[in-house]
Design a protein around this ligand. Structure first.
Ligand code: ADP
Ligand code: ASP
Ligand code: MG
Length: 424
């Protein structure tokens, strides 16, 4: 007997037949004698709809911020998962399985106070473990928990992955299976490069980079938790026949295992290519060149919860001024401009220029640590396709390049092919 957490994403629970299909996957594991907790997302498209409803409401008048109350945002957007958890419990009961739904606050899954992008602080697994002992399957609403202010908090988009891994850690599960609409982690998004290959294993470090650089197959925080708590996490497909041979394999289920790099025998120099659209470039012109300027700019942006990336600073010839260029998610651009306008006088700069419609394309691989020339290969390949590079950042195991969004697909395919990642 093993203890397994199974997570099903939005497309896997998109309608009633698919929820029934998910129930068959769960039944397979229950019939094999395992203890099972299931984490579900909202039906695909539902969370987007709920977010759009919130955004369509008038903003509070007189408030000092042009934004809505994040606690009410959470009250609205967490509702999608409540629906699917109940529906799946009903589907399981109809198959004779002892199951019940759980909302985040009932377990409880405790988070911090950062409504809209909360982090899990603690999960009390004792109730779940007690119910496992009674043969009950727990069907848990993903994406949500309860904040110290006693109100529902959501974990940021894609957060059900994090719910699943955190629960697996809390109940000391033998395995956490992330079921989705692809059968594993690929060398790049298979939707834009059909020649992408499925990776049998990928290291935590590379998966962290891929996720934070745009591969939305796993939420970044879920990978961090899997790495810290050593949760054996697989990414696999819910669309395969639940009863096909090998689907119930305990040690080697079909899919991609996220694991320590020592477990990977044949390490490639480049493992994958990720991309993120909806980046915006912000440039502050003629910034006074003195100590404290960067802190004066990026401190307030951080306090406003704006993720700044790709910072480039140029020093003018006379040494008195500098230009500061950086990227933020397009969705945060208006907020960033408001924050920057406020610090303009104290920091001292001339103008803020900004441009949305950028993409960041990244090359990821642990092998880069010990191989030179990986970046040069990317720059040459992109230049041969006439793609202009606007900014570059590198780390030990990745290179990120900012380009115009119109060239995203071309850049991804070009890099995928130049590093030999295409399917034979
Ligand atoms: P779910 O609703 O199940 O959480 P997501 O849409 O969040 O699913 O994530 C799955 C999607 O991630 C896939 O459909 C695929 O288009 C995308 N994706 C991006 N990069 C990758 C990658 N390297 N490997 C696999 N899928 C990827
Ligand atoms: N339903 C949430 C979202 O769409 C959480 C998730 O699916 O992981 O972001
Ligand atoms: Mg997801």
């Amino acid at each position: 007997m093993a203890r397994i957490v199974m997570k099903f994403g939005g497309t896997s629970v998109a309608d009633l037949p698919r929820i029934h299909n998910v129930a068959r996957h769960v039944k397979r594991e229950v019939d094999a004698g395992h203890e099972v907790a299931v984490v579900v997302s909202a039906m695909s498209g539902k969370t987007n709809e709920l977010v759009a409803w919130v955004q369509g409401m008038p903003k509070a008048t007189g408030a000092n911020s042009p934004f809505y109350d994040a606690r009410e945002y959470d009250a609205v957007v967490a509702s999608g998962e409540q629906v699917t958890s109940g529906l799946l419990a009903i589907a399981l009961q109809s198959m004779g399985i002892h199951a019940r739904s759980w909302q985040g606050w009932q377990i409880p899954i405790r988070t911090d106070n950062a409504h809209g992008a909360a982090r899990i602080a603690d999960i009390d697994g004792s109730f779940l473990i007690k119910r496992f002992g009674e043969g009950q399957v727990a069907v848990i609403a993903g994406f949500q928990g309860i904040a110290p202010d006693n109100r529902i908090a959501t974990l940021g988009r894609g957060g059900s992955d994090t719910s699943a891994v955190a629960i697996a850690a809390a109940v000391k599960a033998d395995r956490c299976d992330i079921y989705t609409d692809v059968d594993g982690v690929y060398t790049t998004d298979p939707r834009i490069e059909p020649k992408a290959r499925r990776l049998p294993k990928v290291s935590f470090e590379e998966m962290l980079e891929m996720a934070s650089l745009g591969a939305k197959v796993l939420q970044v925080r879920s990978v961090e938790l899997a790495m810290v708590h050593k949760v054996r996490t697989f990414v696999r497909s819910s669309f395969e026949d639940p009863d096909a041979p090998g689907m119930g394999d305990l040690l080697n289920p079909p899919g991609t295992l996220i694991c320590d790099e020592d477990e990977i025998v044949e390490q490639q120099v480049v493992t994958g290519i990720a991309y993120a659209r909806d980046e915006a470039q912000v440039s502050l012109r003629r910034v006074a060149d003195r100590p404290g300027v960067a802190a004066g700019i990026f401190g307030p942006l951080a306090e406003a919860n704006i993720n700044v990336d790709m910072i480039v600073q140029n020093i003018s010839e006379d040494g008195k001024f500098t230009d500061m260029t950086f990227t933020v998610p397009t969705g945060d651009l208006d907020k960033a401009r408001v924050v920057l306008d406020k610090v303009k006088q104290t920091v001292g700069f001339d103008v803020i220029q900004s441009e949305a419609g950028m993409s960041k394309v990244s090359v990821i691989g642990i092998g880069m640590r010990s191989h030179a020339g990986v970046a040069a290969t990317a720059f040459k390949a992109l230049s041969e396709k006439g793609i202009n590079i606007r900014a570059i950042t590198t780390s030990e195991i990745k290179i990120s390049i900012l380009i115009d969004s119109a060239y995203t697909e071309l850049a991804v395919r070009t890099l995928h092919s130049v590093y030999g990642l295409d399917k034979q």
